[in-house]
Design a protein. Sequence first.
Length: 326
Amino acid sequence: MILVTGGAGFIGSNFVAELNRRGCKAVAISDWLGTEEKWRNLANAAFVDWVAPGHLQAWLAGHRDIDAVIHMGAISATTETDGDAVMENNFRLSLDLLDHCTRAGIPLLYASSAAVYGSGEHGFDDAINSAEIMKLRPLNLYGWSKRQFDLVVADRIASGAALPPTCIGVRFFNVFGPNEYHKGDMKSVVAKIAGPIARGDRISLFKSYREGIGDGDQRRDFIYVMDAVRASLALLEGKNSGIFNIGTGVAHSFRDLAEATFRAFGREPAIDYIDMPVQIREKYQYFTEAKLDRLRQAGVSYRFSALEDAIGDYVGRYLSQENPYR
């Protein structure tokens, strides 16, 4: 059995879908559903058990048949300001799972984030080195919480301390794809602009507030969720312990992203540029691009989808359908 925490969320539910696609239905999910439509992320999924996050430790104590833990559960909003809630969910829970998997000898794959890199002034190198990780300056609470847990893992690796038989941190870059619809303002730009484009409306992107970077030319490493999941599972299958970037290795502008979405809907681009909210201007990442050397050295030769192809698939198979869920 494989435990997926955050299994009803965006990336977590795609892990469940991919495991099911590969014939694995012995999946246990730990998550909160709330009162909205998050359950729809699992409407097509097969799983054998469900546990609320608050009961997870007791549940783990009673289950010795777990083959791996895929830990995607977290408060992932980059605008979250409740430090206590973020540390309880993103750090403490991760530490508890790390310790349990170590004691029980269970492989662990956990979600880190490209948010640890902050503005990127120290590059995007996923070296497992505490001194290098400490140089990183996340721009928000979410990124800081992920960096702190990466530090725990890096310190244990460096000191030779006990760890799970396989311990993998995956630093996801800008992931987009089906099942992200419950995320509100944290949805990808593709998901946000799909409705207006389908209706024939114009769409808006943020102006730039950095010299030398044009409006809409802020660049990110956008990765399709199917690719992110499959590359992560390749690491788990290869028993490659460490911390790894999961991105395409190629940065594209938000304008590129928007224009590709217009084309996927068969429309000519119609884009306006609007003021960026003041509260996020100083915390905004203007460039991210995954360095993939360590991923390739680990033997993961997975070929990531080109941006145009990924958006075309997302629009054609999901966003333009009556049922957009995977």
